[in-house]
Design a binder for this molecule. Structure first.
Ligand code: MOS
Length: 732
């Protein structure tokens, strides 16, 4: 049975607040937590298959050109080697956001250094890796000196998301106060802890793949298309995913390589990317060049708003880092210019990495706002409060729940924001300068179509099933809470099974839409089950009270007494409707940070950081807070250390491991304060929830940059703000 709900209107019933179980929103520990930290859940590469072969990818040792031939005879004669496969379906990554156009046959065109060109399959991993390194590759490399490698130095194409209204140049001229600033941000790696991995099994008709993927619901179509199979003959299993951060949204080459190898050898094949290969081949966040122009009148209200950005991608790729996504509505200003341009360069594919767009677009905007506040001599919190628009200034649409003002004021109070300390270099502690800074945060809210099956059994337990994933976010926990709340069951009585395309299609984990989308599907199923229970119990669904496995009434009855022996099973189908055209929906937040900057070395230490976030209903106070802490931690990385560095001569990525690509470690992160504002957003989803994970990294680097300026007077417009850059920007 299917229950379908298409959300065309806000849902103001706030159903989850009306039930008696009292588990929604509670800080419940994730049911998979203990098993994960004790190393007992299997990740993709850890399933055991008898006679499993191991594959190792071979990657292009040059920037661009083509592979003319691969001499397989030498490798095939080596110990344990079973196959060498250079099928172009594996070597070309399907473009993100399109499903499965099979690439042309023929010699592999190479567009970036590190692009997979073959897989060597052997009895052991070591044999495969050794043979891969010995493989004879005959190739024709283009001279890198003639290639477009520097995104700042090649012609651009217009990207999506551009808009113009009024006359920004004129507004800049007549403004009482204005700033016009140029920024850069370096590229980022998703840097998930679990490397990309897959094990494929082929029985001559059906393909079963254990893989590390965020979106099995979509990856199954990609895979079926690429291999010319029917979706019914493909099964993807991704029960546990050790982080994705965007890099596992689409299929990458290890999964295609494992599948092709299994189909060729008729044995299970496991392919795991080496850490270096993860860096060199999976998607990157584009570096950006940005210009911010802000024009304010005598009342400190924006009359002009300009945000231009240049990003890059490979030739032919459609994705462009959506830098301007939230700039479109965060602040007012009637004269507006938003312009995105794409440069085509030979670097690995650019795609979604941790809060694509806002992660690099909001920090720059927030530094520009800080500069404007300084020019005006107004408290930066007050400047932001004055410029929160009533409606989306570009589209003219109303907002759904809008928590920015409350985040700013409550965050400032909780942090102890002191607006009298705004001139730089006021506080010293030995060789350290201390300062504070703040920034707003915003992240667009999306929901996606989702299905989940909920089965209520007469013994007072329930089962939730979907091919939705939990990529470390807490999906297992929140779905047990939603079903538990609605069906009157303790969450321990709800078993959640995820990450298997044998189950109904979920929304996948991406763009922070997971919880709101799959949670809505579960709630649609549970509402339907409640209707049936009410019918059986002879009462109105609104009057039905379920608690601890009992149907309340003068004499409480068990589900078995009402249902008999048959379980009740419903597939909930949630579909976003016209509502998306009627509102602009976003999560909002505010960051406050204190830093210590060493005047001799330029080293920056974040000593305090508080984030206040409004993202609709908090489904689980513990996992939501954990998402906020994770996001804030990434914001410290984006602020101070993270940068993909490319060799200017031949364009290869230089820092290909976690020793050279610096994500924050414990020592870099102080105790983080998280303030989660209770909000109900009736237009956001059927459960009034929005996305949170990515919100908590959008804006944070701006707060840290502004704090560095306040501490030592170094105004940095280039991220990350490494010690050399801080020193160079420091006034004498
Ligand atoms: Mo996210 S960067 O859409 O996984």
């Amino acid at each position: 049975m299917t229950a379908h709900f298409r959300q065309d209107k806000p849902d103001t019933r706030n159903l989850l607040d009306t039930f008696g179980q009292g588990v929604i929103g509670k800080p419940m520990a994730r049911p998979d937590g203990l098993a994960k930290v004790t190393g007992t859940v299997p990740y993709a590469a850890e399933y055991y298959f008898v006679d499993c072969l191991k594959g190792f990818l071979v990657t292009a040792p040059f920037t661009a050109g083509r592979v003319k031939a691969i001499d397989k005879t030498g490798a095939l004669a080596m110990d344990g080697v079973v196959a060498v496969i250079d099928d172009p379906r594996m070597t070309v990554r399907p473009a993100q956001g399109t499903s499965g156009e099979a690439p042309e046959q023929g010699p592999a065109e190479v567009a970036y250094h590190g692009q997979p060109i073959a897989v060597v399959v052997a009895e052991s991993f070591e044999q495969a890796r050794h043979a891969a390194r010995c493989l004879g590759i005959n190739y024709e490399a283009l001279d890198p000196a003639g290639l477009p490698l520097d995104p700042a130095a090649v012609p651009t194409e217009p990207g999506r998301g551009s808009m113009q209204a009024g006359d920004l140049a004129h507004a800049m001229k007549k403004a009482t106060h204005s700033v016009d600033l140029a920024f850069t941000t370096e590229g980022h790696a998703s840097a998930a802890m679990e490397p990309h991995a897959a094990i494929a099994e082929w029985d001559g008709k059906t393909l079963t793949v254990h893989a590390s993927l965020q979106m099995p619901n979509y990856n199954i179509a990609e895979l079926a298309d690429a291999l010319d199979l029917a979706e019914d003959d493909v099964r993807i299993v991704a029960r546990y995913v050790g982080g994705g951060f965007g890099s596992k949204l689409g299929l990458s080459q290890e999964t295609l390589a494992a599948c092709l190898a299994a189909m060729e050898t008729s044995r299970p094949v496991r392919v795991v990317m080496a850490r270096r290969q993860v860096f060199e081949t999976v998607i990157r966040r584009s570096e950006t060049h940005q210009r911010l122009r802000l024009a304010a009148d005598a009342e400190s209200r924006l009359i002009g708003f300009g945000h231009e950005a240049r990003v890059s991608n490979l030739p032919g790729e459609s994705f462009a880092e959506p830098v301007l996504q939230s700039s479109a509505f965060l602040y007012g200003g009637e004269n507006r210019l938003l312009q995105l341009e794409i440069a085509r360069v030979h670097r690995m594919t650019a795609g979604s990495v941790r809060a694509p767009g806002e992660a690099v677009g909001i920090p720059t905007l927030e530094v520009a706002m800080d500069c404007l506040a300084e020019t005006i001599r107004i408290d930066p919190v007050e400047l932001r409060l004055r410029n929160i628009p009533e409606k989306d200034p570009g589209k003219g649409l109303p907002f759904t729940a809008h928590g920015l003002a409350e985040c700013l004021t409550r965050g400032a109070a909780a942090f102890g924001w002191d607006s009298t300390l705004r001139s730089p270099r006021r506080r010293l502690d030995g060789e350290w300068s201390i300062g504070t800074g703040m920034a707003s945060a915003a992240r667009v809210h999306n929901v996606a179509e989702a299905k989940a099956r909920v089965t209520l059994t007469p013994d007072g337990t329930a089962l939730v099933q979907s091919d939705m994933t939990d990529i470390g976010t807490g999906t297992y926990a929140i779905l047990a809470q939603i079903a538990g709340e609605m069906l009157g069951l303790a969450p321990e009585k709800v078993l959640v099974e995820l990450g298997d395309t044998a189950f109904p299609r979920g929304p996948g984990s991406g763009g922070s839409w997971g919880a709101a989308s799959i949670g809505s599907a579960v709630s649609v199923a549970c509402e339907d089950i409640r209707r049936t229970l009410a019918e059986c119990a002879g009462c109105d669904p609104d009057g039905l009270t379920l608690r601890d496995g009992l149907v309340d009434g003068p004499s409480p009855r068990s589900f078995a007494e009402i249902l008999g022996r048959e379980p009740l099973s419903v597939v909930g189908h949630y579909e976003p409707g016209a509502i998306a055209d009627d509102y602009t929906a976003s999560s909002f937040g505010a960051f406050f940070s204190e830093v210590r900057v060493n005047r001799h070395t330029g080293e920056t230490r974040v000593s305090r950081m508080l984030g206040a976030f409004a993202f609709g209903r908090v489904l689980n106070a513990r996992t939501a807070r954990s998402q906020c802490i994770g996001g804030m931690t990434w914001s410290i990385g984006a602020a101070l250390t993270e940068a993909l560095l490319f060799d200017p001569v031949d364009g290869h990525l230089v820092n290909c491991d976690l020793a050279e690509y610096h994500v924050p470690v414990h020592r870099d992160v102080p105790d983080l304060d998280v303030l989660m504002l209770e909000e109900r957003d009736p237009a956001a989803s059927a459960i009034q929830a929005k996305g949170v994970g990515e919100l908590a990294m959008c804006g944070g680097p701006g707060a840290i940059a502004n704090a560095i300026y306040n501490a030592c007077g170094a105004r940095l417009l280039d991220f990350p703000m490494t010690p050399d850059r801080v020193l160079a920007a420091m006034p004498d």
